[in-house]
Design a protein around this ligand. Structure first.
Ligand SMILES: Nc1nc(=O)c2c([nH]1)NC[C@@H]1CN(c3ccc(C(=O)N[C@@H](CCC(=O)O)C(=O)O)cc3)C=[N+]21
Length: 296
């Protein structure tokens, strides 16, 4: 048996068209153009690719997209001043600070300086707390995209055994919160976990978010399980650059019931969810009803 592919690109096309529909409605009915600002500090070449894709898709959806590229040696005070300016700009509804930041900057402090209502990454402590208590939060894009694909693929998730490998603030922890909210039985595993293989083997839903190329082999996967591979790792193989996930796809695809490919899985949904969160933020700030199908 070969696993079904969970087509992130197709999910993202659907979500982006819903986003574009809401943008058109906001423009026509309310004379509002949703605006997203992306801030990039330094010139990490991989980051620049994401920023470019985000920028292009923002414009394609009919939104206003603004990019701020700052030199690597930007001071914390200058970055905070830019955030302050974006916080008070009525044409900007979403702010994303591309991570990781250069080491001399305090990322926690910078993120918590973003107006929580504009925090489309959902990384501000207020949004983290709202998510953890089941309130109306901005939900981090990658876990949100994963949950949308899981619901789309499995329907009701309640009672399922979910294992999240990885405990980052960006993916692992918020992913676990979302699965718990959908009534899964959730385990968070990480680098100190003993007997990771047998913990993975009990998962009906396995989310891999560790950032280590192909570390989860097929024989750690329960037959028929749904596997969400968050990893995007660049490796050299046969003298070529290649993109691989945290799951060893070739062995996993023989065991799993369904699996997200890399590329074309979680990545495209992350960007689509960023646009969706920007619309959600825009509607909330204008007191408009929560847009259907863009959030939880
Ligand atoms: N504040 C912040 N928020 C982020 O969401 C954020 C960030 N910082 N820093 C960097 C990471 C990385 N990230 C990706 C999103 C989409 C793809 C994506 O669409 N990847 C394509 C392939 C792209 C390629 O070919 O390189 C795919 O998986 O199919 C990849 C990576 C968001 N990040």
């Amino acid at each position: 048996m070969t696993a079904q592919l969970v087509d992130g690109k197709a999910f993202a096309v659907q979500l982006r068209s819903r986003v574009a529909g809401h943008v058109a409605w906001l423009k026509e009915e309310h004379r509002i153009t949703p605006g997203l600002a992306v801030v990039l500090v330094g010139d990490d070449p991989a980051s620049e690719v994401y920023v470019r894709n985000k920028g292009r898709q923002t414009i394609e959806a009919g939104m206003k997209g603004v990019e701020h590229k700052l030199p690597a040696e930007t001071s914390q005070a200058d970055l905070l001043a830019l955030i302050e300016q974006l916080n008070s700009d009525p044409e900007i509804h979403g702010i994303l600070i591309q991570l990781p930041l250069p080491k001399h900057l305090n990322a926690d402090l910078v993120i918590n300086a973003i107006d929580p209502a504009k925090d489309v990454d959902g990384f501000h402590i207020l949004n983290v707390g709202l998510l953890g208590t089941g309130q109306n939060a901005m939900v981090p894009c990658t876990p949100l995209g994963c949950l949308m694909m899981l619901r789309g693929h499995l329907g009701d998730l309640s009672g399922l055994e979910a294992v999240v490998v990885g405990r980052s603030n960006i993916v692992g922890k918020p992913m676990a919160q979302l699965l718990l909210r959908d009534s899964c039985t959730v385990t968070i595993a990480h680098s100190h976990t003993r007997d990771l293989a047998s913990i993975c083997r009990r998962a009906d839903i396995l989310v891999a978010a560790v950032g280590r190329p192909e570390m989860i082999p097929g024989d750690w996967i329960k037959p028929g399980a749904t596997v969400i591979d968050v990893g995007i790792n660049r490796i050299a193989r046969d003298g070529k650059q290649q993109l691989v996930g945290d799951v060893d796809f070739s062995s996993a695809v023989e065991v799993a019931g369904a699996i997200t490919p890399v590329p074309g899985g979680v990545g495209p949904m992350t960007i689509a969810c960023l646009l969706a969160n920007s619309i959600t933020a825009c509607c909330r700030v204008h007191g408009l009803p929560a847009p259907e199908g863009l959030t939880l």
